[in-house]
Design a protein around this ligand. Structure first.
Ligand SMILES: [Zn+2]
Length: 354
């Protein structure tokens, strides 16, 4: 590398880190419907405004060692991580596309990658990919039909549509099996329009990474999930007995039902609209169940439960913590945009050897 090239790389990295520091604001404020422009940055503990010299991406966090200058409250390393990841992604995109003059592909990376960073973090925080993020990815996907990509992204239009169709069918199955959410589906539909056939290595990477993480998480969460399930079962049994005693129980025996709900930061949300109307004579006391759950399970951040009722008894309760897929799918999409063609060619080469 020559000196000017190194200077450009440093510039791209710094530019990426500045974008990353803006993304931190978007990640924090958009789910709360706060303005991302007008409010000045401040410490969340003491409210002091940050000095201009405390707002250098990456370095300020490192110099302050992750503590507020005024009150020494801990500042999450997440800010620094988001800045670093964005900077590295920009640098990778430049090295891959910029140095060979593939400007449209570089431009796409510079818009797409920040969106992936934002939706990953919001998914981690709120267990939901924001609709506007999937919408932007979809718009980029539609724009891809008209952008004169050079190199390996000059995919014929119908290839994008075929990718869309195949990914759509695959994901509807994955959503129905469980694990994936509607947000994941929307994201991958847009991504398949952008990536064309390269969406498949991306999807493969995303699902494999997600499955590895999911298994580790399942292993770690097993004990707590069992504890919460047992607590919920005790609560549900008492509550259900009360419903039977109040003479609003089953219309006739043998009508089974499943009560579906979720817990978010200790707040239960029970989906009463899914109750089988035939199984209940009257309306069960909904608020009593919510109240007892709220009072007894306070620690849980995010998870879903199912209460199985069979033969006029609470047969079992299954509780499982939620899992996020957005970050893994995002890693897959970014990798596919950068080197999807290399992966596909390598794979085809493998097949050829056999
Ligand atoms: Zn402070």
């Amino acid at each position: 590398m020559t000196l000017p090239e190194i200077v450009i790389c440093v510039f791209v990295f710094v530019f990426g880190s500045i974008i990353g520091s803006f993304l931190n604001v978007v990640i924090l404020r958009t789910p709360l419907k706060q303005s991302i422009i007008t409010e000045p940055s401040h410490c969340f503990s003491c409210g002091n405004r940050l000095k201009w010299y405390d707002m250098f991406p990456i370095f300020s966090w490192l110099i302050l060692r992750g503590k507020c200058r005024f009150c020494k409250a801990k500042i999450s390393p997440r800010y620094m991580i988001v800045e670093t990841v964005t900077a590295v992604l920009y640098l990778l995109a430049y090295l891959r596309f910029g140095s060979t003059g593939r400007w449209w592909e570089l431009a796409m990376a510079m818009v797409l990658f920040p969106i992936l960073v934002v939706l990953s973090c919001i998914d981690i925080d709120h267990f939901e990919i924001p609709y506007w993020c999937s919408a932007v990815v979809a718009v980029l996907g539609i724009a891809s039909f008209f952008i004169p990509f050079t190199g390996d992204h000059s995919i014929v239009w119908y290839e994008r549509l075929i990718a869309l169709g195949v990914v759509g069918v695959m994901f509807v199955i994955l959503v129905l099996i469980g694990g994936m959410g509607g947000g994941d589906l929307q994201l991958m539909l847009g991504a398949s329009l952008i990536l064309g056939y390269k969406v498949f290595p991306g999807l493969f990477i995303g699902i494999v990474l997600g499955a590895i993480y999911g298994s580790i998480k399942k292993f770690k969460d097993h004990k707590i999930e069992k504890e919460v399930s047992e607590k919920l079962k005790d609560i549900a049994m008492d509550w259900y007995q009360e419903q039977l005693d109040r003479d609003v129980g089953y219309v006739k025996t043998g009508h089974d039902d499943i009560i579906v709900g979720s817990i978010s930061n200790g707040q239960p949300d029970i989906e009463w609209e899914f109750l089988d109307e035939n199984a209940w004579k009257g309306i069960p006391d909904k608020s009593a169940l919510s109240k007892t759950v709220r009072e007894n399970i306070t620690e849980e951040r995010e998870g879903g439960f199912k209460i199985f009722i069979k033969d006029d008894l609470v047969e079992k309760v299954k509780y499982s913590r939620h899992m996020v897929f957005g970050p893994f799918l995002s890693v897959g999409i970014a990798t596919a945009w950068l080197i999807g063609d290399i992966i596909v060619n390598w794979y085809i080469g493998l097949l050829g050897v056999m």
